[in-house]
Design a protein around this ligand. Structure first.
Ligand code: PMT
Length: 221
């Protein structure tokens, strides 16, 4: 079907930030609005896919006709993503997952004192890396990379380390790209190529990403 090219495919998308609790009232997070991940999920739905969207806390409306799974922490995102990943055809990790979490989340609100407060952080699981390790031959995996320097080099390294088929790199310091905007400006990396795309709407980028993934699935790399 020309207009529903993803019919019969399951597309799993992650979006938004994660929140890593310090105590019952505080958390560590980042500036992701969820717009990029939601735009990809909406596009996949419009192209006929069965879509699951695993989302951190954002202020966007839930997407109609998309299975919404809401989480807060990276650990919970890992659980939700791995549960849905097994039978997914396309997986796109657009979420800004925290690399670290406070070692312990206090049961009670941390009281202020006159002393410094020192918080110890531990590593969170790398969900994309795990997805790359358990990827089946028919699955197509797309990661994102958010960088502030050496965008293309760092993105190439992520593509290889995390065994992705496709990697979308955006630069935090480019106007009209990355966090919170309605547009993005990205480098699109595949195993043997890199392309610098012009500024486009996040949904239009979603279409481009899904078309690339479909071509990879059909073996037209
Ligand atoms: O939500 P918006 O405001 O629209 O902004 C969009 C965006 C900037 C968040 C998005 O375009 C983007 O770049 N998402 C990835 C941000 C990120 O965490 O990049 P990273 O370079 O730290 O991580 C690389 C990849 O590994 C990402 O696919 C990430 O989802 C994944 N990852 C990272 C850490 C971790 N512990 N587990 C992961 O799976």
């Amino acid at each position: 079907d020309e207009f529903k090219p993803l019919k019969t495919l399951k597309v799993l998308v992650s979006a938004g930030p994660t929140q890593e609790p310090l105590d019952p009232v505080r958390f560590i997070s980042n500036h992701s609005s969820g717009k990029q991940g939601y735009a990809i999920a909406a596009q996949a739905r419009d192209m006929g896919a069965d879509v699951v969207l695993v989302s951190g806390p954002v202020s966007l409306d839930p997407l109609p006709d998309v299975k919404m799974v809401s989480i807060h922490s990276a650990i919970d995102m890992e659980k939700a993503v791995l549960k849905e990943a097994a039978d997914a055809d396309f997986i796109i990790m657009a979420a800004a997952v925290a690399d670290y979490r406070p070692k312990a989340s206090a049961d009670q609100k941390i009281k202020k004192s006159d002393d410094h407060l020192i918080v110890e952080f531990v590593r969170n699981p790398d969900i994309l890396k795990k997805l790359g390790e358990i990827k089946t031959p028919s699955q197509v995996l797309c990661g994102f990379a958010m960088e502030t320097q050496n965008l293309d080099e760092n993105a190439r390294e992520k593509l290889e380390k995390k065994n992705c088929d496709l990697l979308i790199a955006n630069n935090l310091s480019t106007k009209g790209a990355g966090f919170q905007t309605d547009t993005n400006i990205v480098s699109l990396l595949k195993k043997d190529s890199i392309e610098h795309l012009p500024k486009m709407d996040k949904k239009e980028l979603g279409k481009r990403i899904l078309e690339e993934m479909l071509a990879i699935k059909k073996g037209e790399k």
